[in-house]
Design a protein around this ligand. Structure first.
Ligand code: PLP
Length: 340
């Protein structure tokens, strides 16, 4: 292992940084942490909220963000829609127009429900408000970045973070977070930003191609290689592959008599959630299905939290190819044939 204050480590960071910026579609700094996405959920809240956050909730992970806001002593108001629905621009902008809030939080891709909210349209509606430039827009893209279109600069977002283990198809343990100049300036005015996720401090080190604490060198080697692969495929092509896998998964799900949990038009490009009611009334045994699939080296996910047993989720992200999905669907067809 090289030392994290050695020039070789800075060379590695300097190699990773611009590639990450390409994937985030930004010229702004993309902070790197030895952490998972939850770390940046906490960091976003601590660095940018001085008055009050509007926490938009449509599933378990956006709810976690609301909990983290409160756990960090920040004022919070929750705007919740039914799970399975998307967060939409008009109601968010209407709530933010009053001037009571200085931040809004959203999960772009609710992994618990398979819903992708229209972040670009939401940001546009917020920036069109007279106080729109005073609002810090915090977006959780843990389960979508690199598998969905999320241009940080073009959409004028402020904090956009992800984890290494989802659509980046890397081992867990790294988290990445783009921060806008608006959010960086705001952070300078917010006291008690904490230590490990202090954006100002993290950025200071990033400019020297270092991290403030020990650099996760082995994971960064992996990230460096994987980012090369992502860029060789092409960011847009990678997203298009995810869209095609999403469409094929929807086709399989509906052709087998299941229906989607996500509101029409807001289906995630990285995970599809099916309601466990075949032809509207017959449940399948998801544990038995997974036992069967495990025998073939595959697995799907049960519904999340309260949705366990009521839904099942098929992930189609990262380096998975259409052929992998076809192998999965053939095995699921076989399982279904034994149960019906
Ligand atoms: N946000 C979303 C949308 C997620 O799907 C997850 C994990 O699945 C998290 C946050 C938490 O991420 P991590 O486990 O990397 O901290």
């Amino acid at each position: 292992m090289i030392g994290h204050r050695m020039p070789e480590s800075s060379d590695l960071m300097a190699s990773v940084e611009p590639k990450l910026q390409q994937v985030f579609m930004t010229n702004q700094p993309v902070l790197i942490a030895a952490a998972t996405g939850t770390g940046f959920m906490e960091g976003a809240v601590r660095n940018t909220i001085a008055k009050k956050a509007l926490n938009c909730v449509n599933g378990a992970f956006s709810q976690r963000m609301a909990e983290i806001t409160v756990a960090n002593g920040k004022a919070s108001e929750v705007y919740e829609v039914e799970w399975g629905q998307a967060i939409l621009p008009e109601p968010v902008a209407a709530r933010l127009a009053g001037g009571e809030f200085d931040a809004v939080t959203l999960a772009h891709n609710e992994t618990s429900t398979g819903v992708a909210s229209p972040v670009g349209e939401i940001a546009k509606a917020i920036r069109a408000l007279p106080n729109g430039n005073d609002i810090i827009i915090i977006v959780d893209a843990v389960s979508s970045l690199s598998g969905a279109y999320l241009p940080f600069d073009e959409w004028d977002l402020d904090v956009l973070f992800t984890s290494s283990q989802k659509a980046f198809a890397l081992p867990p343990g790294l988290a990445f977070c783009a921060v806008s100049p608006r959010a960086m300036e705001k952070a300078k005015t917010v006291p008690n930003r904490g230590f490990y996720f202090d954006f100002i401090d993290m950025n200071k080190f990033l400019q020297k191609h270092q991290t403030s604490a020990t650099t996760p060198i082995s994971l960064l080697y992996a990230a460096d290689v994987q980012l090369d692969r992502i860029l060789a495929e092409g960011v847009e092509a990678r997203i298009a592959r995810h869209v095609a896998m999403r469409d094929r998964t929807i086709e399989w799900v509906t052709s087998k008599g299941f229906h989607l949990f996500a509101a029409p038009g807001y289906e995630s490009t990285t995970v599809t959630t099916a309601v466990n009611a075949r032809d509207r009334d017959r449940e399948i045994d998801i544990s038995a299905l997974n036992k069967f699939l495990r025998g073939r080296g595959m697995i799907i996910s049960n519904g999340y939290g309260n949705l366990k047993g009521k839904t099942f989720r098929i992930a189609h992200m990262g380096d998975l190819q259409m052929a992998d999905l076809e192998t999965l669907f053939a095995a699921m067809d076989e399982f279904l044939a034994t149960t019906s």
